[in-house]
Design a protein around this ligand. Structure first.
Ligand SMILES: Nc1nc2c(ncn2[C@@H]2O[C@H](COP(=O)(O)OP(=O)(O)O)[C@@H](O)[C@H]2O)c(=O)[nH]1
Ligand SMILES: [Mg+2]
Length: 282
C-alpha cells in the first residue's frame, strides 16, 4: 500500500527529500529517506505536542472514512459547547476550503490543509497549520484528518487522543476489516444513528464486538449529530479527557494517543524487489 504509492511524502515533509541524482539533503538515497520519514515525523510530532502542552491545549485527531460525519460532529459540538469551551479546528482534505468554511461560519477559528494527493495528515503539515492559529486562546484543538480508514492511523501528529468514527451506512464489520485504524482509536463513535431504522442490517453491538476482538478496550459511543441523540455522552467523554489532560499537565506530564506500530511498519519503504531469473526447463 503506502510503501508503493509514495503517500508518505507530503508538502510538509518534501523538503527532507532532494532530487539531484537520487541524493537527499541528508546524503542518503531516497529509499533510506523514505524509511526515515516516520522517524522525522515522530520528532516533529513530539515538538508539536510540546507546543500544545506549553499552551495547555488538548488536541484531538478525528479519523474516519470520507462522509462519516466528522465535520457534522464538530459543528454539533461547537453548537453545544461554543459558549463554554474555546475551540479551533484544523481541517484536512485533498482539496477545497469547504469544511473550514463550515466551522468558521459558527464563529470558531479554522485552518484548512489541502493535501493535494496525500491521503493523511502528518506532523509537518500540522506544524505549518499552527502558524495560523493562536494557541493562547484555546482549550481544545480538533484535527479533522483526511477521510481514509488506513493511513491516518499510522502518523502521530503531536495530538493527545484519537477518535475514530464509524457511520451506520458503512457496515458493522469495518473494525474487523480495518484493524489498524480501530486499534488506534482511544474512542470509537458510531455515527448517524438517526438513520439506523432504515438500516436494520447494521448492528451497533456487532460493530462493538468487532472492536473488542481487536483487543481494544476503548469506549464506544453511539450518536447522531443530526438528531442530537448521544451527543451528551460524547461531550462527557471530551470533558473527562480535558480534566485528565489538565491533571497530567499539573504533574508536568502529557497524554499520548494510540498510534499503531503495525501501521507504521506498513508505511515504511520496502527493500527493492529483486527479480531472480527463472531457469528454463526443456
Ligand atoms: N442522517 C445523518 N446524516 C449525517 C449525520 N452526520 C453527518 N451527516 C451527513 O453526512 C454527510 C457527510 O457529513 P460530513 O460531516 O461532511 O462528513 P465528513 O466527511 O466525515 O466530515 C453530510 O451530508 C451530512 O449532512 C448524522 O448524524 N445523521
Ligand atoms: Mg469533513
Amino acid at each position: 500500500m503506502c510503501d508503493t504509492c509514495g503517500c508518505n511524502i507530503t508538502d510538509g515533509n518534501r523538503h527532507l527529500l532532494t532530487p539531484p541524482k537520487g541524493r537527499s539533503k541528508l546524503g542518503q538515497t531516497p529509499e533510506k529517506i523514505l524509511n526515515n520519514l516516520l522517524l522525522h515525523n515522530d520528532q516533529q510530532a513530539d515538538l508539536n505536542r510540546a507546543r500544545f502542552d506549553s499552551h495547555g491545549v488538548l488536541t484531538i485527531n478525528l479519523m474516519s472514512s470520507p462522509g462519516s460525519g466528522k465535520t457534522a460532529l464538530l459543528e454539533a459540538t461547537i453548537r453545544k459547547l461554543g459558549g463554554s469551551l474555546r475551540m479551533a479546528v484544523i481541517e484536512g482534505d485533498l482539496e477545497t476550503e469547504n469544511d473550514a468554511d463550515r466551522i468558521r461560519a459558527l464563529g470558531v477559528p479554522a485552518h484548512q490543509i489541502t493535501t493535494g494527493t496525500a491521503c493523511h495528515l502528518d506532523a509537518h503539515l500540522v506544524e505549518k497549520a499552527l502558524d495560523h492559529l493562536n494557541l493562547d486562546d484555546l482549550d481544545v484543538l480538533f484535527i479533522e484528518n483526511v477521510g481514509n480508514l488506513v493511513c491516518p492511523a499510522s502518523f502521530d501528529l503531536g495530538h493527545h487522543r484519537n477518535v475514530a468514527l464509524l457511520s451506520v451506512t458503512e457496515g458493522d464489520d469495518k473494525p474487523a476489516k480495518y484493524p489498524v485504524m480501530f486499534r488506534a482509536a482511544d474512542l470509537m463513535l458510531i455515527s448517524k444513528t438517526d438513520i439506523l431504522p432504515y438500516l436494520p442490517e447494521f448492528s451497533p453491538d456487532k460493530a462493538e464486538a468487532c472492536l473488542r476482538r481487536l483487543a481494544s478496550n476503548a469506549p464506544s459511543l453511539r450518536l447522531s449529530s443530526k438528531s442530537g441523540e448521544g451527543l451528551e455522552d460524547w461531550i462527557g467523554w471530551l470533558q473527562a479527557e480535558l480534566t485528565r489532560y489538565r491533571e497530567a499537565r499539573r504533574q508536568q506530564q502529557t497524554l499520548k494517543p494510540n498510534v499503531q506500530q503495525e501501521g507504521r511498519m506498513l508505511h515504511r519503504a520496502q527493500p527493492e524487489i529483486r527479480f531472480v531469473p527463472v531457469k528454463r526447463t526443456a
